[in-house]
Design a protein around this ligand. Structure first.
Ligand SMILES: C[S@@+](CC[C@H](N)C(=O)[O-])C[C@H]1O[C@@H](n2cnc3c(N)ncnc32)[C@H](O)[C@@H]1O
Length: 338
C-alpha cells in the first residue's frame, strides 16, 4: 500500500508551488535539498514534473521513430526528484529497464520516486542507487543548474559507467550552454544520438554563434487547452504551457548505425523555432559543417515550410545547402502531427 499523499487539482497548495518555482528560477545554488515534505513532491509531480514529462515524450518519440532504443539493463535516474524521467523512459520502452535505481541528494525525493513507481502495475524492482551496479542507461533531467563542481564530478562518475545516457534540461540559454559543455567532455567516449546530426565539435562554439543556444520545443498534449485544471494552473503560475523549450543530449557507447542519406545530402537539424515568411522559412540550421542561419525556400517543400514554426513539425532533415540557402530537403524525423 502506498505511503504517498494523494493530491487532486482541487487540493493544490499554492504556497508550496510558489516556493518551488522560486527555487527553480533562482540563480543561486541551494544550500542543500529543498524538498520539505512528500507533499512538496506530490505537488511537483502533478504539475511541473508532468510538464517536464511532455518534453521527454517529444525526445523519446523521435528516438523511437528513428528505431533507436537503449539496451536492456539497470536504469539509473540521477537527481530523480519525483521520478518523472524514468517513468517516461520506462513507458516508452517497457522492456528496457530490468531494474530501476534512483539517486537524489534528498532522501524524501528518493522515497517519493520509489513509492510512486511501486504504485504502478509493474514487476520491475526499484531502489536507491547501489553504486556497485553499473547502470546500462542513465537518465538525467532538470538538474544541471543545481550542481556544484563536486556534484558535477559525482555525476561524471555515473556517466563514466553508463552505456547510454538520456538527458533533458530546460531550454534556457544557461542550461543549454552547460549541456554543450558536457557534450564536449563526453564526445569521443559516446556517440551522440540526439539532438546533434554529427559527432564533431559543437558548431555553436564557433566564433559568431555566441548569441545562439541549442534549444528545441516540444508540443504540449493536444487536449491541454480544454483541460480547466491545466488552464487554471498555467494562469496562476504565469507559465505559457504551450511553449515547452528544452535542451537535450542522448549518448550511446555502442556503435552508431549507418544512416542512409541521399547522395549529396547531409543530416541537419533545426535549432529553436524557425520563422515562416511567404517566400521562405528562416531557421538556425545545425549540420556537420556549421551552425548557421539558413533560408528554406517555400517552393522546395511547400507543405513542410507551411507548418515549420509549429513544435509538431519535423526538425531533423537530410538537406543540401549553399551560401545560406537550403537547396534540397527531406524531413527524416517527422514529429507527431497536430
Ligand atoms: C528540478 S528537480 C528535477 C527532478 C527530476 N529529475 C525531474 O526532471 O522532474 C532537481 C532534482 O535534483 C536533485 N539534486 C540537486 N542537486 C543534486 C545532487 N548534487 N545530487 C543529487 N541530486 C541532486 C534535487 O534534489 C531535485 O530533486
Amino acid at each position: 500500500m502506498s505511503s504517498l499523499p494523494k493530491l487532486g487539482w482541487d487540493q493544490l497548495d499554492w504556497s508550496v508551488l510558489d516556493r518551488l518555482r522560486k527555487q527553480f528560477l533562482s540563480d543561486e545554488l541551494s544550500a542543500g535539498p529543498y524538498w520539505q515534505s512528500l507533499a512538496d513532491l506530490a505537488h511537483y509531480d502533478l504539475t511541473f514534473a508532468e510538464r517536464i514529462g511532455w518534453k521527454w515524450d517529444h525526445v523519446l518519440a523521435e528516438l523511437k521513430q528513428r528505431g533507436w532504443s537503449p539496451p536492456a539493463g539497470p536504469l539509473l535516474d540521477w537527481g530523480c526528484g519525483s521520478g518523472i524521467a524514468h517513468r517516461r523512459v520506462a513507458r516508452a520502452w517497457p522492456e528496457v529497464p530490468t531494474s530501476l535505481q534512483v539517486f537524489d541528494h534528498s532522501l524524501l525525493a528518493e522515497k517519493f520516486a520509489i513509492n510512486r513507481w511501486r504504485d504502478l502495475p509493474t514487476e520491475i524492482a526499484i531502489d536507491s542507487w547501489d553504486r556497485s551496479v553499473n547502470p546500462t542507461t542513465l537518465v538525467i533531467s532538470h538538474v544541471i543548474n543545481e550542481l556544484s563542481d563536486d556534484d558535477a564530478e559525482d555525476l561524471m562518475t555515473a556517466l563514466e559507467s553508463a552505456t547510454t545516457v538520456l538527458w533533458i534540461e530546460p531550454g534556457a540559454s544557461d542550461a543549454a550552454h552547460m549541456l554543450v559543455d558536457w557534450r564536449e567532455r563526453l564526445r569521443g567516449k559516446f556517440n551522440i544520438i540526439y539532438p546533434c546530426p554529427h559527432q564533431g565539435r559543437c558548431g555553436l562554439l564557433a566564433a559568431g554563434n555566441e548569441n545562439h543556444w541549442c534549444h528545441h520545443f516540444a508540443p504540449p498534449p493536444g487536449e491541454l487547452g480544454a483541460d480547466p485544471n491545466w488552464v487554471k494552473f498555467g494562469q496562476r503560475a504565469g507559465i505559457d504551457l504551450r511553449s515547452l523549450p528544452y535542451s537535450a543530449l542522448v549518448l550511446d557507447r555502442r556503435e552508431a548505425p549507418v544512416e542512409p542519406v541521399p547522395p549529396g545530402h547531409i543530416v541537419g537539424r533545426i535549432i529553436g523555432r524557425p520563422k515562416v515568411a511567404k517566400p521562405f522559412a528562416r531557421l538556425l540550421g545545425c549540420d556537420e559543417t556549421s551552425v548557421s542561419t539558413l533560408q528554406l525556400p517555400r517552393r522546395l517543400a511547400p507543405s513542410l515550410v507551411k507548418k515549420l514554426d509549429r513544435p509538431t513539425a519535423p526538425r531533423r532533415m537530410h538537406w543540401q545547402r549553399m551560401d545560406g540557402t537550403v537547396t534540397r530537403v527531406q524531413a527524416v524525423a517527422p514529429a507527431k502531427s497536430d
